[in-house]
Design a protein around this ligand. Structure first.
Ligand code: ADE
Length: 239
C-alpha cells in the first residue's frame, strides 16, 4: 500500500517510521511519503491560510495551495482522507475498507480547516472521505492521521506477526474484547480465573464470550444495541 500525507508539520509524522510501521516499511509492505504543504506556496511568507469569508475567529487554509499539492501528490486511484472533527466517525469497519485500497492520501488541515472547495474539487476525480477520530477537537489532523494509519497498517497482510490477533480484535464481532492474563498464576494475591487454566477450550471460548458481552454491556451499550438481532444466541441473552 502507498500512503501520502500532506501537512505543514512533516516532523509531526515521524512516528510513522517507528516500531510496527517502520518494520512494515522496511519489509516493503508499506510505502509512506510525507510532503510539506508549503512546497506549493510561491510568496515570501509561504502563506497557507487566510481569513474566513463571512468573518469569525481563526484562519482557513487556502484552496490554491491545497489544489496544487493534491494535483501533484494524488495518484489516479487515490482515496483522499481529510481528518476533521466535522467528519464521519472513524471505525474498525472503515479501517478494513481503507486497508483494501492501493493508495491513501491524507490531507492534514490546521486552523479552522481547509477551504471546502478543495474537497468539492477533489471529489470531481477521486473518492474523498472527511473523517473524525472522536468527539473532541485536536489542533490539527496530524495525530488523527497517525491513529488511522496505525489502525489500517496492522490489517495489511504480513504486518502483524500473528494474523489471528487482528481477527479477534475488539469490534471484529461487534463486541469489546474481554480481559487477558499471563503468568504467574497468582500475582499480588490476585488469581487468574480457573477456567483459563482448565484446558477446556469450549469452556474458555464461552467464558471469553461472556466477559466480552458483560464488558460491552457496561462500557458501550450503544454497540450492543447496534448488533444485528441474530448475532446473540440464547446463552448470550442470559449474560
Ligand atoms: N482534527 C481536529 N480534531 C480532529 C478529530 N477529532 N478527528 C480528526 N481530525 C481532527
Amino acid at each position: 500500500m502507498r500512503i501520502d500525507v500532506v501537512t505543514i508539520f512533516p516532523e509531526y509524522l515521524a512516528p510513522l517510521r517507528t516500531a510496527l510501521l517502520g518494520k512494515a516499511i522496511e519489509r516493503g509492505l508499506l510505502d509512506i511519503a510525507v510532503h510539506d504543504l508549503r512546497d506549493w506556496t510561491y510568496d515570501v511568507h509561504r502563506a497557507v491560510d487566510d481569513s474566513p469569508y463571512g468573518g469569525g475567529p481563526g484562519m482557513v487554509m487556502k484552496p490554491q495551495v491545497w489544489g496544487e499539492a493534491l494535483d501533484a501528490v494524488c495518484p489516479s486511484d487515490a482515496r483522499l482522507i481529510v481528518p476533521t472533527p466535522a467528519g464521519r466517525p472513524f471505525t474498525q469497519r472503515m479501517a478494513h475498507e481503507f486497508a483494501a485500497e492501493r493508495s491513501l492520501v491524507f490531507a492534514c488541515g490546521r486552523y479552522e480547516g481547509i477551504d471546502q472547495r478543495v474537497i468539492a474539487d477533489a471529489e470531481r476525480r477521486m473518492r474523498v472521505d472527511e473523517v473524525s477520530i472522536g468527539d473532541y477537537v485536536l489542533v490539527g489532523g496530524e495525530v488523527a492521521v497517525l491513529t488511522m494509519v496505525e489502525a489500517v497498517a496492522r490489517l495489511l497482510p504480513g504486518v502483524l506477526g500473528n494474523p489471528v490477533s487482528a481477527e479477534q480484535d475488539s469490534f471484529s464481532d461487534g463486541l469489546l474484547e474481554g480481559p487477558s492474563y499471563t503468568r504467574p498464576e497468582v500475582w499480588r494475591e490476585l488469581p487468574v480465573p480457573d477456567v483459563l487454566r482448565s484446558g477446556n477450550h469450549a469452556a474458555v471460548d464461552r467464558w471469553r464470550r461472556d466477559r466480552a458481552l458483560e464488558r460491552t454491556y457496561r462500557r458501550r451499550p450503544d454497540l450492543l444495541a447496534a448488533l444485528p438481532t441474530d448475532t446473540l444466541d440464547k446463552h448470550d441473552r442470559a449474560v
